[in-house]
Design a protein around this ligand. Sequence first.
Ligand SMILES: [Zn+2]
Length: 291
Amino acid sequence: MSNGRPTPAPRRPRVGPLVAGLAVLIPLGYAGWLAWDATGGGSASEDDAKRPAAGAAPTHPAARAGARPLAGKTVVIDPGHNPRNRDHTAEIARAVQAGKGHKACDTTGTSTDAGYAEAAFTLDVAHRMRSLLEERGAKVTLTHDADRPFGPCVDERARIGNAAHADAAVSVHADGSAVGNRGFHVILPAAVKQDGADTSSIVGPSRVLGEGIAGEFERATGSRRANYIAAGSGLNVRDDLGGLNLSTVPKVFIECGNMRDPKDAAELIEAKWRQKAARGIADGITDFLAR
Ligand SMILES: [Zn+2]
């Protein structure tokens, strides 16, 4: 579904005192980041030939400074679906409260034409994200690690983030859309207040998180924002996802590409591309948490 280009929420003000040393270090850090940005960035209007060769890009500048910028922060990564869901179709079809009506506990997810499953993709990207975020000092929890026969259900996926008091939560997916539909998009929570859900406190920060992830994902992978949803903005607001409706911590989904499109699929199956994807998402989380 297409919601047009959403109105950006105001950014939260930067807080905290700046000591003299930091006042020197921060501009230097930004200068480095911007210099790299100029060589590695790219806008959606550029030709493919001009797009960044996003490969050996450096570590996020906040981490490169030698500090552990995410120390004291908790990140919950939610790998969409579960490789074993396909063997438990009855269990995952059970209806659960999703904050705006009921939804199936979980779904099997999609796959490429050649049979590479979305659930395998999401778990692989989650592992790569975990490594990057832990290097930066974060405490990382996965909602599952293929260590259970199916699920978790979407309501439990949200509750795991809430119980962890996550500073940020990201659900990783890849889409199953028509051939020719290409690119990534980030899904943001809508304002929902019913059936035990209340997203009022997370709509704003989740948008900031999602905008950051979209920008860094674009930079790291060279992928375009999806050409088939949300008017090309790469940011889609939804009120029908239990994993967002029931969250009390800043949370977004990312659909990293379209597994049913052969060109997107050719990227999704590449380990090198998945590393870029993981880095883009981790950089977006770092931008959000290390501000
Ligand atoms: Zn999915």
